[in-house]
Design a protein around this ligand. Structure first.
Ligand code: PRX
Length: 646
């Protein structure tokens, strides 16, 4: 089959949830039946989970596809839903246990969040920020990042959070595209013991962008920064005299809530637009059903608010549900490799959500670090951001989940706004490496290059064949690109850009980005499957494979392998690893070359940059690598790869 993707990797382990878990779960199997009438299902969620100023009577407006509207006659305020409505019953409940990287800690109740959000909202108004204005938030993971997002939502301003690890140039590109008038930043952010100079970068960006009128600066690190008169104001000065009275703006369900930039195939980032009512409905619903959230849970999503995961599952979903959360400022290996486990033990976290790249790093660091801590408070684990290799899943299950916590492997995107394919932890048996089934009310398909459904057991491209409430509405200022990128491959289908296979039970197995699929002698082979086979070897911590051009097979597989701490790679091991892959998925998938490396090039959100590895393998000139999280490793790999092992 040349038009789909081969299905080669077989994984047969199945993990049903325990009876105790099933008995207490927020969602049982009946939720799927409930959602057969999907519009009615979403309408019900919208009415039950959200406090509307005006309840919506309309559900989906699909009169002008792909510009869909949800709950279009509804009116609400997202910040009101995340804060005010909880005050009557749980003003003193902890909203965030915040842990600073240097060791300082702060606890915020819902009342504290209310006080801070309203003061900042009034502060922003005093700087002239109005409904519809765009505000950039360029901060580390301090409480102010969530407070700022909610303050914008309260007054109807549109926020665009820019990840604190991005450069001044990346910030300026986003400011320019969104027409930002105010930047909220800090004197710096702590990262592995040093200070990231955020304000200095904001100054450079503002110098390039005449729309910027003010820069609000959080004092976090005591690092000296330049303050420009009139334009710049300290956050603490701005909020000091403000009142806590601030009427929430009445917003239409389809007004913009935020813009979040994500990279595309061209250099220009895409400004993904999310709106209010549908978004809040789906993040609140998924947060409750997928994470099984209960009033006394201590929930920790260890993401950064610079990414969509932080938007949906640190701020809007959990706050709408009145959850108690942990927020951590710094790196997982500062001061040592057990920082996260120490925090889980201290705050008795019950739910933990992280990314495969982090899980593979934990595996590499060794089992001793989690073993030093009591992690028995955990009852549910989650994964997001990349396909999780079965061995990483098993490690997570055993060493973090104590072999009892269900794992929810959640597939979604910046564009989808909320979780789309995932187990319901009390209703679905999990399989390591599979995101399992579409969430109730969501419909997904596996299609071939002609847009036809691939039968169960086969692989192809992931498509979403009906609209969903938290979907992106457009790309900011570029509706044509919105249509071209997502909706023009096949009529009426949203093209996710991911490879996927579906097993005989209809479970979805994500295979990575379509751009990463290799073509070996006419067989389309997923990088994820070969990588998962390599990671099955007990000595391997992480692997990335790419197809490099080959005169005989079209493409040949080049593997880059990181070994666990203390293991040295050698020629014998190269042969052994090839055999592992041949045994697991077939000789066609045997890597032609294997290079051992201490690290793999990754984006700042932790995704492996296979494109760069491909350039290295094909000895192409490398482009700008400064946006990588670990640029140094690139030259090192290039040196090693110039003497391939074949
Ligand atoms: O390739 C898929 C991968 O991450 C992409 C979306 O990235 P981003 O917009 O940065 O959002 C990440 C957080 C939602 C997807 O197209 N991806 C995300 N979750 C999974 C995944 N791949 C496999 N399994 C997942 N659970």
């Amino acid at each position: 089959m040349s038009q789909g993707i081969e299905n080669l990797f077989v994984e047969n382990r199945t993990f049903p949830p325990s009876e105790e878990f099933v008995a207490q779960a927020n969602a049982d199997k009946s939720v799927y039946d409930d959602a057969t009438d999907w519009k009615a299902f979403w309408h019900k969620q919208a009415l039950n989970r959200i406090t509307w100023f005006k309840e919506p009577t309309e559900v989906l407006d699909d009169s002008n596809p792909p510009f869909f509207k949800w709950f279009a006659d509804g009116e609400l305020n997202v910040a009101y839903n995340c804060i005010d409505r909880h005050l009557e019953t749980q003003a003193d409940k902890v909203a965030y246990h915040w842990v600073g990287e240097p060791g300082d800690e702060l606890t915020f109740t819902y009342q504290d969040v209310y006080d801070r959000v309203t003061k900042l909202a009034n502060g922003l108004k005093s700087l002239g920020v109005k409904r519809g204005d765009r505000v950039a938030i360029y901060l580390g993971m301090t409480p102010e990042i969530a407070i700022s997002m909610l303050a914008c939502a309260r007054i109807g301003a549109i926020h665009s959070v820019v990840f604190g690890g991005f450069s001044a140039d990346a910030l300026a590109d986003r400011i320019e595209d969104a027409g930002i008038t105010v930047i909220i930043t800090a004197d710096g952010a702590w990262r592995r013991g040093s200070v990231v100079p955020l304000k200095a970068a904001a100054d450079v960006a503002a110098a390039r962008c005449p729309t910027v009128e003010h820069i609000v600066v959080v004092k976090r690190t005591e690092k000296a920064v330049e303050m420009t008169d009139v334009r710049d104001v300290w956050y603490h000065d701005l909020v000091a005299e403000q009142s806590t009275d601030c009427e929430p703006e009445v917003m239409n369900a389809e007004d913009m809530l935020y813009i979040l930039y994500t990279s595309g195939t061209t250099a220009k980032p895409k400004g993904v637009v999310h709106t209010q009512g549908g978004y809040l409905t789906q993040v609140a619903t998924t947060h409750s059903y997928v994470f099984d959230i209960k009033p006394d849970d201590v929930y920790w999503c260890a993401a950064d608010c610079g990414w969509v995961t932080g938007h949906s599952y640190i701020v809007y979903g959990p706050m709408a549900n009145g959850a108690t959360q942990i927020m951590y400022e710094g790196a997982p290996n500062f001061p040592d490799n057990d920082r996260l486990w120490e925090i889980i033990e201290k705050y008795k976290a019950t739910i933990f959500y992280t990314a495969p790249t982090a899980i593979r790093a934990f595996m590499k660091w060794g089992d001793d670090y989690p073993a030093k801590h009591d992690l028995s408070s955990l009852r549910l684990l989650g994964s997001v951001g990349e396909p999780i290799n079965p061995e990483a899943w098993m490690w997570y299950h055993k060493h973090i989940g104590g072999e009892t916590s269900p794992i929810v492997d959640t597939w979604w995107q910046t564009e989808t706004g909320a979780i789309m394919i995932t187990p319901l932890p009390g209703a679905v048996d999990t399989k390591p490496g599979s995101a399992t089934l579409p969430f109730p009310g969501i419909s997904a398909d596996v299609i071939d290059a002609d847009g036809k459904t691939v039968p169960l057991g086969g692989g192809g491209f992931l498509a979403l064949d009906r609209p969903w409430p938290s979907m992106l509405r457009t790309l900011y200022g570029d509706p044509d690109r919105y249509v071209a990128t997502y909706w023009s491959q096949h009529d009426g289908l949203y093209f996710a850009g991911d490879g996927v296979k579906r097993d005989d039970e209809g479970y979805f197995w994500l295979l990575g980005r379509v751009d990463d699929v290799m073509n070996i002698s006419g067989h389309r082979i997923s990088t994820t499957e070969v990588e998962s086979a390599l990671v099955e070897d007990a000595r391997v911590a992480e692997a990335a494979v790419v197809g490099r051009s080959d005169p005989i097979s079209g493409e040949a597989i080049a593997a880059f392998v990181t070994l666990k701490s203390g293991v040295e790679g050698n020629e014998d091991m190269i042969g052994e690893l090839r055999t592992v892959v041949a045994d697991k998925i077939g000789p066609i998938a045997k890597p032609k070359s294997i290079v051992f490396t201490d690290d793999l090039p990754k984006t700042r959100s932790g995704k492996i940059m296979r494109r760069l590895l491909k350039d290295i393998s094909e000895q192409r000139q490398l482009g700008d690598v400064t946006t990588l999280a670990n640029a140094d490793i690139v030259q090192e790999i290039a040196d090693k790869a110039s003497t391939p092992s074949d």
